[in-house]
Write a protein that binds this ligand. Structure first.
Ligand SMILES: [Zn+2]
Ligand SMILES: [Zn+2]
Length: 539
């Protein structure tokens, strides 16, 4: 299910532009809209489209007609605001020049901070690959080289972002993707080659990043961001860059980043349209705040039919070009670089780029006070436990020592307890995380009907499977598990997983033993590369 940029009819687009104007305060509550002929000129549309657009807005309760006088703007209640946001989604506001200038004057120009204490340093451009950046007034080598950035998705956008971050010398990259390279990826993925078909995208992207800049340390995960990465990994990142093509994964990244109080940069592309946006917990809207009612309904589907919802996510494909991927990927990379430098960004706003018209504009989202993602974890207790080695019982015992006998554990992924066939009146006991149960497996082997899924995400201590390991019930390595007694929460990190779950030394031969490269693609090449202890990717 791609987070696609919807195709709207002309009246819908016009209504969207007017709604956007309402949200931006261009047409304040109580004021009269400009006369029909002026709106026609301003919006560049025909009379019938305008009239239909006004009808859409009046049906949404945003405008009222006064017979013989004109259209008046209603007060924006929260319900109306939501409607306006839905209408305005992905649509440019009208006549930006007039009000944009007014806003600019009021806000004052935003100036980039210059690192005053930056010592005068003349780099050696022959030996220092980042030397040129030293001439940038705000660029700070230490921040860039120490930065830890997670790139989620190594498709068209991810390739561009990884390339840019690598060229800029970002010190530590954690690359996640669950896909493998197929021929169609080769038209918009600078890091992949013809011979790479069938290989894991995350692994290839990480290997190629080291080829581009051997000073960059990388780690990759061939897996699913929604289930396979512990929150402790997010906790140790400076920025997360989402290069995703579906809403479910964005929602997961948004929640994990918010819980760990980390900024994330989202990008989306379709054909020649694209958007980039930064989300910072506590500063403006988060990704979940931006969802329309329809999107929320789609997401709610996973509760009524969780297996099908998962299946659909895996099918999402959106047509894009390498050019739009470069443009949006570049914007995302730049925002990440700014975040690393603590430079001002515009969280909770979206930058739209329309490659058909070359129109670019920014819109602010309204934060949703009821949004379920707005939660930041408290202090994290680091335990020497490991997901693969320790059991539910062990963790529960520790939590009960802190919070009392009524304490329960809350899992972040649903656990499938059983599949029930209503037709055959049979129950199959499963006990697997939802991500390990396929849509096909959901069907009854006898009658073929889709079975009801019996789920849980709370461990109360009464289960008969408490001796199972945390990993076996879907807790990823280095995860932070919530425990609560109903009044208070504690957050327990499986810190025993740290050495293996987060090290940034895939392809780094210099580290012996535990962190030896998990993968060798081809053999190390002779000469300089070998001396540097890196593994190169050759066939
Ligand atoms: Zn939110
Ligand atoms: Zn059956």
């Amino acid at each position: 299910m791609p987070n696609s940029i919807p195709r709207k009819s002309v009246p819908e687009l016009v209504a969207g532009r007017l709604a956007s104007g309402l949200l931006q305060g261009q047409y304040p509550a109580g004021s009269q809209l400009p006369a029909e002929r002026d709106l026609i000129k301003e919006l560049g549309v025909g009379r019938s489209s305008l009239r239909e657009a006004l009808k859409i807005l009046s049906e949404a309760g945003l405008l009222d007609a006064q017979q013989g006088v004109g259209w008046f703007v209603n007060e924006l209640s929260s319900a109306r605001m939501l409607k306006a946001r839905q209408l305005a989604a992905e649509v440019a506001p009208p006549a930006p020049a007039k009000w944009a200038q007014k806003r600019k004057a009021a806000d004052g120009p935003k100036r980039l901070p210059v690192a005053k204490e930056k010592p005068l340093h003349i780099p050696n451009l022959k030996s220092d690959r980042l030397g040129t950046f030293e001439f940038i007034s705000w660029w700070e080598r230490e921040k860039v080289q120490n930065a830890r950035v997670m790139v989620v998705g190594a498709g068209a956008l991810g390739n561009e972002v990884i390339k840019n971050l690598t060229l800029m010398g970002i010190g530590n990259l954690y690359i996640v993707d669950f896909d493998k390279v197929e021929a169609a990826n080769l038209s918009r993925s600078i890091l992949f080659r013809e011979k790479d078909r069938g290989r894991e995208k995350a692994q290839l992207a990480a290997a190629r990043a080291v080829e581009i800049n051997p000073d960059v340390r990388v780690q990759y995960l061939h897996g699913d961001v929604t289930t396979d990465i512990g929150l402790g990994v997010f906790r140790r990142m400076d920025v997360i860059v989402g290069c995703l093509d579906n809403r479910e994964a964005r929602l997961a990244v948004n929640r994990f980043a918010h819980w760990m109080n980390k900024p994330w940069v989202d990008g989306a592309i379709q054909e020649l349209l694209g958007l980039a946006r930064v989300f910072v917990p506590g500063e403006g809207a988060c990704f979940e705040c931006t969802l329309t009612e329809q999107a929320r309904r789609d997401l709610a589907m996973r509760y009524s039919c969780p297996l099908l919802a998962r299946q659909n996510i895996l099918l999402g494909k959106v047509p894009t070009t390498p050019t739009i991927a470069s443009i949006i990927g570049a914007m995302q990379s730049q925002e990440a670089l700014k975040l690393i430098h603590n430079m001002p960004v515009e969280p909770g706003k979206v930058l739209h780029y329309n490659g058909y018209t070359n129109f670019m504009h920014t819109t602010a989202y309204l934060p949703d006070a009821e949004c379920e993602s707005h939660w930041i974890y408290g202090d994290v207790t680091e335990l020497p436990l490991r997901a693969e080695a320790n059991t539910l019982a062990e963790l529960l015992e520790i939590a009960r020592g802190d919070l009392g006998a009524d304490t329960v554990l809350e899992l972040d992924q649903e656990l499938v307890l059983a599949l029930n066939c209503a037709a055959c009146n049979t129950v199959e006991h499963v006990l697997k995380p939802l991500s390990d149960v396929s849509f096909e497996a959901g069907h009854c082997p006898s009658c073929g009907e889709m079975r009801e899924v019996d789920l849980t995400h709370t461990i109360t201590g009464r289960e008969d499977f408490l001796e199972r390991t945390l990993a076996s019930v879907g807790v990823p390595p280095l995860h932070i598990v919530r425990a609560t007694n109903g009044a208070e929460f504690r957050f327990y990190e499986l810190s025993g997983d740290l050495p293996t779950a987060l090290h940034f030394n895939d392809f780094d031969e210099a580290v012996p033993g535990l962190h030896a490269p998990r993968v060798r693609l081809g053999e190390a090449v002779q000469g300089e590369a070998q001396a540097s202890g890196r593994v190169h990717l050759i066939d």
